[in-house]
Design a protein around this ligand. Structure first.
Ligand SMILES: NC(=O)c1ccc[n+]([C@@H]2O[C@H](COP(=O)([O-])OP(=O)(O)OC[C@H]3O[C@@H](n4cnc5c(N)ncnc54)[C@H](O)[C@@H]3O)[C@@H](O)[C@H]2O)c1
Length: 396
């Protein structure tokens, strides 16, 4: 099959297996070029391991530290007539590279919020891994089914307290319009916390501890974004920000519930990058286009893999981790530097439909967006007939 991108709004409904594989390979090579990470983890569980920050976490754990990794995700395989999701192809490429490098690695495709996923993971850990010394929690999901009540909760991306009007870019038509987002109701805030807050992270850690598969001194980390003035009304101080505040509560609860094992739990604050999750957030594509312009100009631009290498070496496995007063690891310091934020604010005020391509890095944004699905990747022949049905062994 010849595979060309099918973009619908903020998602691309297909993916290119070879482009995804090339992306994964580039992240592996970047990590290897940084050199081996001393005192890194040996047995790692990554929840949300197929794309974005979770995939990069797994690559650093495996190829930077030599760890065994168990990855969980929610993806679709390809068939003869339909492509699989990008995450499925990413994991298939990761698995091939891990095998080639002699690194143990196994994969589970399913609903991480379920009890079943937790007990399956525990079985694999017990049978094949040894005790876990790092749990990465990197889920981004619009929905969560409560594993006990069966109730399904949905997250919303809305401001809290009052409606918010801002310029917003339609990434299909390249039209910039004023968009007003209504304030979330209390029910919507509560549902978003149920989905993207810390409850499931705690359930994972409790299940792993109860099954006695956590090593003494095991670390666990969950990811958040804080941002600054431009994004606060739709992220930091909005429904998703409320859910992310709940991660801080969960981190404290996890550490205190498992203090006998000396478990450390931290939220890590990462920079804004293009992922399937972030491209769905209103305002973000325009913010990212401005941010990339400024960060590329001053030489500080980073993607998932650069961020994750620094999270491991400068925070998780450093004797002097960069922590804020809420005990969060900070890897977003370059994005939040006063110079970068001032540059973005200035650009934000100036961007119009007419000058979008000229003064912002929308081209860079768009390239990274297509790249998420394996399109526009250097060295890939998009005229080649490729088989969308890529093999990947999964834990049954
Ligand atoms: N993208 C950003 O700019 C940014 C910045 C800072 C922090 N973060 C945070 O990083 C974390 C990961 O986000 P991302 O941007 O890498 O997202 P992403 O969409 O690239 O990855 C989400 C992952 O979760 C998995 N997943 C979703 N629902 C699942 C389910 N029910 N069961 C199993 N797996 C499931 C997906 O398969 C995928 O592996 C999120 O907590 C996000 O808030 C993102």
């Amino acid at each position: 099959m010849i595979i060309k991108p099918k973009v619908r709004g903020f998602i691309c409904t297909n993916a290119h297996p070879k482009g995804c594989a090339a992306n994964v390979q580039a992240q592996i090579e970047y990590t290897q070029a940084q050199g081996k990470i001393e005192n890194g983890p040996k047995n790692v569980l990554v929840v949300g391991a197929s794309t974005g920050y979770g995939l990069a976490s797994r690559i650093v754990a495996a190829f930077g530290c030599g760890a065994k990794t168990l990855g969980l995700f929610f993806e679709k395989p390809g068939t003869e007539r339909k492509t699989g999701t990008a995450g499925f192809y990413n994991v298939a490429a990761f698995q091939q590279a891990a095998e080639k490098a002699g690194l143990w690695s196994k994969n589970m495709n399913g609903d991480a919020f379920s009890h079943e996923a937790k007990s399956k993971a525990i079985d694999v850990i017990k049978a094949e891994m040894g005790k876990i010394d790092l749990v990465v929690y990197s889920l981004a999901s619009p929905r969560r089914q409560d594993p006990d009540s069966g109730e399904v909760y949905s997250s919303v991306l809305k401001p809290v307290g009052q409606a918010y009007t801002s310029k917003n870019l339609n990434t299909d038509t390249l039209k910039i319009t004023e968009t007003t987002l209504d304030a979330a109701s209390d029910e919507e805030i509560a549902q978003t916390i149920k989905v993207m807050g810390g409850e499931d992270w705690e359930l994972w850690m409790n299940a792993l501890a109860e099954a006695d598969v956590l090593a003494e001194g095991c670390k666990t980390v969950a990811y958040t974004y804080l941002g600054e003035k431009i994004t606060w009304p739709i992220y930091g101080k909005a429904t998703i920000g409320k859910a992310k505040e709940d991660l801080d509560r969960a981190a404290t609860a996890i550490a205190s519930a498992h203090s006998e094992k000396n478990i450390s739990a931290n939220v890590a604050v990462l920079k804004a990058v293009v992922t399937q999750a972030s491209s769905a957030i209103p305002i973000m594509p325009l913010y990212l286009s401005a941010l990339f312009k400024v960060m590329k100009a001053n030489g500080t631009q980073e993607g998932c893999i650069e961020q994750l290498n620094r999270l491991f070496t400068e925070c998780l496995y450093s004797d002097s981790p960069r922590l804020d007063d809420a005990n969060r690891f900070r890897v977003d310091e370059k994005e939040l530097s006063p110079e970068v934020q001032a540059g973005v604010e200035a650009l934000w005020g100036e961007i119009t439909e007419e000058n979008l391509l000229e003064i912002s890095d929308f081209k860079g944004y768009q390239q990274e967006f297509l790249g998420l699905f394996g399109f526009g990747v250097d060295g890939v022949d998009y005229e080649e007939d490729v088989d969308p049905n890529v093999a990947l062994a999964l834990v049954e």
